[in-house]
Every structure is written in C-alpha cells, then in structure tokens.
Design a protein around this ligand. Structure first.
Ligand code: PEP
Length: 251
C-alpha cells in the first residue's frame, strides 16, 4: 500500500519566487514522492505553477471547492476552473474553513460536488478539545455523518478522510496526538464509516492524520494505522517535507 502525503500550503508562501524555490527543493526528491501518493494543495494563485511541476511527484489539489458554476459570482473559483488547472483532489471542510462558518451540511454538498466532478475529496474532521470525558467521540461521529451525507458506497474508494484534531494543529511534534491515541481514533472513524457504508466500502476509505506532523514524529504516527498525513507548516519547508516522506518510506 502506498501512503498518502498531502501538503496544505494554506495562504503561503507570500511570493511566486518562494513557491518556485520550494518546488525546486521538492523536485530534487521526486523519486521519494513518487513512492507515495503525494498531493500538494497550494493557494489558487499558485495552482498553475505547482501544476506545471507536480507531475513527476504526485497530484495537484485545491484547498476548497465552490458549489457555483461559471457566472456572476465575484470572488468564486469554479470547479471547472480548478479542473482546467489540473486539480484532481480537494481539501474540503478544513477546520479553518469551518471556523469561517462552513457547516457539515455545506461540507457534504461540496464533497458530493467534488465526486460528481471527478475530484477526490479530502474531507477534514476533528474535535476542538480532546476532553477527559470522551465527548470528542460524539463530536466526531456527528461531523463524519454530517460531512459525508449523501455519499454512496461506490464513492468510498475515492474518498479520503483527514482526521485533524484542532488542538494539535499548527504546533510542534511534541504537541501532536500520540500514536496510541491516534490508533484509537482511527478505529473509531473506521467504525462510523462501517456503520454508514458497510464494512467492505468503509475499508476502501483512506483515513489520514493531520496536526503537527513533522520529520520527528512521522514514523511513529504512521504506526497508528493512519494511511498517511495532511501536513501544514512542515510542508512549507522542502527539507522538512522530504524528511517526512523519507520517514514514511522507512516505516
Ligand atoms: C492543517 O492545518 O491541515 C495542518 C495539518 O497543519 P499543521 O501541520 O501545521 O498542524
């Protein structure tokens, strides 16, 4: 099985030159990225640039998709436009977009739209707080069911669920989720998916982890049963991202 290694550049880097430098650093290690399912999600302004370099490494993703088709929608980037740039996957329902008001219902519409358009949805879920009472199980259950509403069993093989506990995002390796806890969460997510889609289809869904994955914790986190990572800050340094890829390949 090839692991998934997805980069979420968020609203970085601030210049095209920086993006080019980052890509040069990544391209030098394309052999490693090819041994994984490598996905890069740059901001829309750099889709064309990343799209022109990514073929030797993996596939291009967007950080969101719009439900609107071409028309009078100021500020929207349509799916047609994304596909025109070579986008083949899309992060959907990232916690930073949920904070801007995206609901499970909207996220499920986007996931369905992505699948209809032949774009693989990377649907993000994750609790705010990992409380001692275990309320996060309920939170996650509702998010998974709500965000994947309307998806069919046959969609499972194209679906990626990114488990990203908010409290672990944007910190450092020592603040990331511990592998044993992650193993438990992956079992739980798979259980909810099984209730929704049946065992055979649920097993086809790739479950990846995001939240302060760095070179220092990638290998042990992969031991939890995660099928890969969604990487934020550490994907903005070619050195770190390459080190994460190496750790995954040496697992
Ligand atoms: C993210 O926000 O998707 C993420 C995983 O960020 P970081 O790796 O910086 O925690």
């Amino acid at each position: 099985m090839k692991y998934i290694l997805a980069a979420n550049w968020k609203s970085h880097p601030s210049s095209k030159d920086e993006a080019k430098r980052l890509l040069v650093g990544l391209s030098k290690n394309s052999d490693k990225f090819r041994k994984l399912h490598t996905i890069i999600a740059p901001p829309n302004t750099f889709l064309e640039l990343v799209g022109s370099k990514i073929k030797s490494m993996g596939i291009l993703a967007s950080q969101d998709i719009s439900l609107l088709s071409k028309g009078t929608y100021t500020g929207e980037t349509t799916v047609e436009m994304l596909k025109g740039q070579g986008v083949m996957a899309s992060i959907i329902g990232h916690s930073e977009r949920r904070k801007l008001g995206e609901t499970n219902s909207l996220i499920s519409k986007k996931a369905n739209q992505a699948l209809k358009e032949g774009i693989a949805p990377i649907v993000c879920v994750g609790e705010d707080v990992h409380d001692t009472e275990g309320n996060y199980f309920e939170v996650l259950n509702a998010q998974i069911r709500g965000s994947l509403e309307g998806l069919k069993k046959t969609d499972a093989k194209k679906l990626v669920v990114a488990y990203e506990p908010l409290w672990a995002i944007g910190k450092s390796a020592k603040d990331a989720m511990q592998p044993n806890d992650l193993a438990q969460m992956i079992v739980y997510i798979r259980k909810v998916l099984t209730e929704m889609f049946g065992r055979a289809s649920a097993d086809q869904v790739a479950i990846i982890y995001g939240g302060s994955v760095e070179p220092g914790n990638a290998k042990e986190l992969l031991g939890s049963g995660a099928q890969g990572f969604l990487v934020g800050h550490a994907s903005l340094s070619a050195k770190s991202f390459v080190e994460i890829a190496k750790a995954m390949l040496n697992k």
